[in-house]
Ligand binder design. Structure first.
Ligand code: SF4
Ligand code: SF4
Length: 472
């Protein structure tokens, strides 16, 4: 049963979020192939950050599906609120994924403090759809760590979850899988806007809305001397261009004072990072002891990488290539190192150099650290270390999706080839219409109009649509 999401009378027209949530899916009537096709047609990609096309993930055969709702980045409050509000749809998405992958067990991973989400999900639990409560630590939401906590299985270094029979999807991806099978393509994104803003909240906006408008929804920044992080405080990047459009993977928008240590650290040039590493690293190895990947038996040892970079003679390729398995979680940088070095930034630079030379990591899974449970970092302690406590606020889910007058849809919001524009300037498009198609035979994801209107601009990178044809 194929649901064509690119039709003019698509259910997307005239159906609000509550109406959509109440629509039933006859999962029995759908084959695994139907589910994959609907997900592909709807342009679903991994919402957790990487943007891997979900229909490809659903083509794999797995034993366990893990739904990652841990959301361990401090300040972000998206997944817990979505789970509380759309619990039934989350479970529908999981059941569809179980059917598509042939997996026999689905596990939804949440933290204990997400009590509203847990209460909302409980009525839908079955023998094959279970809830796993993770400790409130960072980085519980890193997929390798989430799998370890939920299943006890360890992803090999440089490997993928499927190597150990597991498929992981972010909670918002599950909602999009359910919605794809009800006839709704991915046209909106939900994320938290918080920090030094006047009205912290969790918004749902059409993909392609500018960050400027998103910030206005949160009442604007509190003060003039602010810097902004796109994503979470640990793994997000600074953003200065507020015409930047929201994509399918936008994870959060956080305002902080320019002189906040987190901002200062993110602004530090690589040369300074390397200089500090050269002059003050005392090889205490705290960075390695607290490295989450090291804990579960990956060969990564950041103190050795710092030594290898500082003393080139000690940097053989086998050691240097371990940088490729760094998740860039930032624990070594913001929590472990007592003298302010950033092994994470050094690893990132090494990664880019090694990748440009085509170097691949080759190594084995080692022994799990028997002290791992004593080395886990409580989220509250991390928040204090990051000096973020004063910015930890409620960020309630906004009741209605925002309607902009113009959207700019990036044609690459995913891993793989950019989508190809299939509309022209001046063309009228309806909400949910395909405007970017997957190139023949390529890995990619479709892009859909997130606004009904007229196409104002088409480039190989993006498509701009104005509501009712009005340029702003
Ligand atoms: S924690 Fe800092 S000082 Fe210690 S080994 Fe790592 S980078 Fe060097
Ligand atoms: S960022 Fe640091 S702590 Fe995190 S995985 Fe990489 S080396 Fe380990």
């Amino acid at each position: 049963m194929d649901i064509n999401v690119d039709v003019k009378d698509s259910k997307i027209n005239g159906c609000d979020a509550a109406g959509r949530a109440n629509l039933r899916i006859d999962i029995q009537a759908l084959s695994a192939e139907d589910i994959r096709r609907n997900v592909k047609n709807a342009g679903v990609v991994g919402a957790g950050g990487a943007g891997f096309p979900t229909h490809v993930k659903l083509s794999a055969q797995a034993e366990i599906v893990v739904v990652n709702g841990a959301e361990c980045e401090p300040l972000l409050k998206t997944d817990q609120q979505l789970a509380a509000k759309y619990a039934e749809e989350v479970v529908q998405g999981l059941q569809l994924e179980l059917k598509a992958t042939g997996a026999k067990m689905g596990i939804i991973a949440l933290k204990e403090k997400y009590s509203a989400a847990i209460a909302a999900l409980r009525p839908y639990l079955t023998e094959t759809v279970q809830l796993k409560i993770l400790p409130d630590i960072y980085p519980a939401g890193d997929e390798v760590f989430t799998i370890w906590f939920t299943t006890g299985r360890r992803v090999p270094p440089g490997g993928i979850p499927l190597d150990i029979g597991v498929v992981v999807n972010n909670l918002q991806t599950l909602l999009n899988i359910a919605r794809a099978n009800k006839g709704f393509p991915v046209t909106t994104r939900t994320f938290t806007v918080t920090g030094a803003v006047n009205r912290p909240l969790t918004v749902t906006v059409p993909i392609g809305t500018s960050l400027q408008e998103v910030l206005a929804l949160a009442g604007g920044g509190r003060g003039d001397d602010l810097a902004y992080i796109l994503g979470g405080p640990m793994m997000g990047n600074l953003v200065a261009d507020f015409t930047t459009p929201v994509t399918k993977t936008t994870g959060g928008l956080i305002a902080l004072p320019q002189d906040h240590p987190l901002i200062q650290r993110k602004q530090m040039p690589l040369e300074s990072v390397l200089k500090i590493a050269r002059t003050v690293c005392e090889q205490c190895s705290f960075c390695t002891e607290l490295c989450p990947r090291h804990m579960i038996g990956h060969e990564l040892a950041p103190h050795r990488l710092i030594r290898a970079v500082n003393y080139k003679a000690m940097g053989d390729l086998a050691t240097l290539s371990t940088a490729l398995i760094c998740s860039e979680c930032g624990v070594c940088e913001v929590y472990a190192c007592p003298v302010g070095i950033s092994p994470m930034r050094v690893n990132r630079a090494l990664k880019s150099e090694l990748r440009s030379q085509g170097v691949k990591y080759q190594g084995e899974l080692g022994r799990e650290d028997p002290m791992a449970q004593y080395r886990l970092i409580p989220s509250s302690r991390l928040m204090d270390r990051l000096n973020l406590r004063m910015w930890y606020k409620e960020a309630p889910l906004a009741a209605e999706p925002y309607e902009p007058v113009e959207v700019t849809l990036k044609l690459q919001q995913h891993i793989g080839a950019p989508a190809l524009p299939v509309v022209q300037v001046g063309e009228t498009v309806h909400l949910g219409q395909v405007v970017g198609e997957i190139p023949e035979g390529a890995l990619g994801a479709r892009v859909h109009a997130s606004l009904a209107g007229v196409v104002l601009k088409v480039t190989p990178q993006s498509i701009t649509i104005g509501k009712g044809g009005a340029a702003t």
